[in-house]
Write a new protein. Structure first.
Length: 290
């Protein structure tokens, strides 16, 4: 319960802040800290009599978000072509909403790094820009999704499902998202994004040599490149994406939100943030009126 409260409080606290690309991570151990507030106000005790100050109104909103987050945490899927910005946006969403980020690509790369049999098989497909077979991917993601932290804090599924069969595997378990965010970026920008992408193996942060360059020489010197980040491979990955995306759009058509992805990282996040806040508000109203 402590961890779910932490996530709920983090989400509530975060919902009071304006969007920012360097969104602060939620308080680590479940404390909702309002700047300048005495320790006694951390319990979100609210005064109801008389006219409410802006601070009190903020606290009430936070309190409602806590209730909603505890009752029914956010469930988000994010999709889009290779290098459309899913990972970049997930870092910001995770920081603001405290969701558990589950990236199918990252899980597969972890298997490769561990030298497991699944990893060896997965790499063969990833090198060809093809989908890794369901026998490997479906259970891997399902198991992560059913972990208590994801169930309590809410989840952010990145790059999964990617095919009709993967979507159906979730439907069978009655696992459905509140929203399916589709990042829309013209193909001609994707190649440039892929070849310029670099990763920091220490922090996991995603960089781009032109659009998000490393902050200093020390970081620059340790950046790595993914084995499938070449022009040739991204074209194959893109082909695979287009072969499968329609089936996803029809499965999730009642919750799809298309977000323009060819603007700055901050602008993309502002749009996603608006959508997620609105969903959280609706959940809060439902809980508050129940
Ligand atoms: P995965 O790792 O998921 O790769 P992907 O879907 O191709 O997506 P990327 O990670 O390449 O890009 P992204 O959208 O996260 O973009 P990012 O934020 O990094 O999958 C890899 C492989 O694993 C697949 O090909 C497949 O083989 C296998 N696989 C994965 N999931 C699977 C599944 N469900 N089933 C079967 N197989 C699966 O951004 C890219 C670059 O652009 C960065 O440099 C970033 O700094 C920059 N950037 C981001 N946003 C902006 C912006 N707004 N403006 C300018 N630059 C930006």
């Amino acid at each position: 319960m402590a961890s779910s409260m932490a996530a709920a409080c983090a989400a509530a606290a975060a919902s009071l802040s304006p969007p920012q690309s360097t969104a602060q991570r939620p308080g680590s151990q479940g404390r909702l800290l309002f700047p300048g507030a005495p320790a006694s106000s951390r319990s979100l005790r609210l005064r109801t009599a008389g006219r409410r100050s802006p601070a009190t109104r903020s606290l009430r909103r936070a309190s409602k978000a806590v209730v909603a987050a505890l009752a029914d945490p956010l469930k988000v899927m994010i999709s889009g072509a290779p290098a459309s910005g899913k990972g970049t946006q997930c870092e910001l969403i995770k920081a603001k909403y405290g969701l558990v980020h589950i990236s199918a690509g990252d899980l597969l790369r972890a298997e490769i790094a561990a030298g497991s049999e699944n990893g060896k098989q997965a790499k063969e497909y990833m090198e060809k820009g093809q989908l890794v077979p369901d026998e490997i991917v479906v259970n891997m993601v399902k198991e992560r999704l059913l972990q208590p932290d994801a169930q309590e804090n809410g989840w952010l599924l990145d790059g999964y499902p990617r095919s009709y069969s993967q979507a159906m595997a979730l439907e069978t378990l009655e696992i459905r998202p509140d929203t399916f965010i589709l990042l829309d970026v013209p193909d001609e920008l994707l190649v440039e994004r892929v070849v310029g992408r670099r990763l920091d193996p220490v922090t996991g942060k995603i960089y781009h040599l032109k659009y998000s360059p490393p902050e200093n020489e020390e970081i620059a010197s340790r950046l790595t490149q993914r084995f499938d980040d070449t022009e040739e491979k991204v074209k194959l990955r893109l082909q695979t994406y287009y072969q499968n995306v329609e089936s996803l759009l029809s499965t999730y058509d009642n919750v799809i939100v298309k977000v323009k992805g060819d603007v700055t990282v901050d602008e993309v996040f502002a749009e996603i943030d608006k959508q997620l806040s609105s969903i959280l508000d609706k959940k809060t109203e439902t809980v508050a009126s129940a």
